[in-house]
Write a protein that binds this ligand. Structure first.
Ligand code: ZN
Length: 159
């Protein structure tokens, strides 16, 4: 008997592809997962860097500002996927610096070296140059992780 007759039938029928996939249009799943993680990671970083009085010191200009004015500022740009969710690479930064200052990274660099030390600074720079492809699983797990950490900090700091 030929093998294809002996073969057991498949238990589950595969779902038919949606029309847009048949048409060759790729479904954008990953950007959504990245965006979700961006959101909870940013909240965690801003809460982490906020003092018990509800204020934070901007990593770039050093000014003390209320939590509401904090952005999650990345030292190595978010386009470097390997360091996009690295806690050494993201710090509370005021909106003025993060969004409108062209040279904020000069002061960011100096203050970051003080905050994390030269060794971690160098390690981060190396890591930023490495390629990284996040799996959906990693993105989902990290999102859960930072959501939980953020919720805990939010409760503790009353923010
Ligand atoms: Zn600032």
């Amino acid at each position: 008997m030929p093998y294809y007759i002996k073969r057991k039938p498949k238990k589950k029928k595969e779902k038919p592809l949606p029309l847009f996939e048949k048409a060759g249009i790729k479904v954008k799943k990953k950007p959504d997962l990245v965006a979700k993680l961006d959101k909870v990671f940013s909240r965690y970083i801003r809460l982490r860097d906020c003092m018990p009085n509800g204020y934070f010191r901007c990593i770039s200009c050093g000014q003390i500002k209320p939590y509401e004015q904090a952005d999650c500022g990345h030292f190595h740009s978010r386009r470097h996927m390997s360091t996009r969710f690295d806690e050494d690479n993201a710090h509370a930064e005021c909106r003025a610096c993060n969004r409108f200052s062209a040279d904020h990274l000069i002061r960011y660099e100096a203050n970051l070296k003080v905050k994390i030390g030269q060794m971690r600074f160098d390690k981060l720079a190396w890591k930023a140059g490495q390629p990284k492809k996040w799996t959906d699983f990693e993105l989902v797990e990290l999102t859960k992780y930072y959501k939980a950490l953020g919720d805990k900090l939010s409760k503790e700091k009353g923010l």
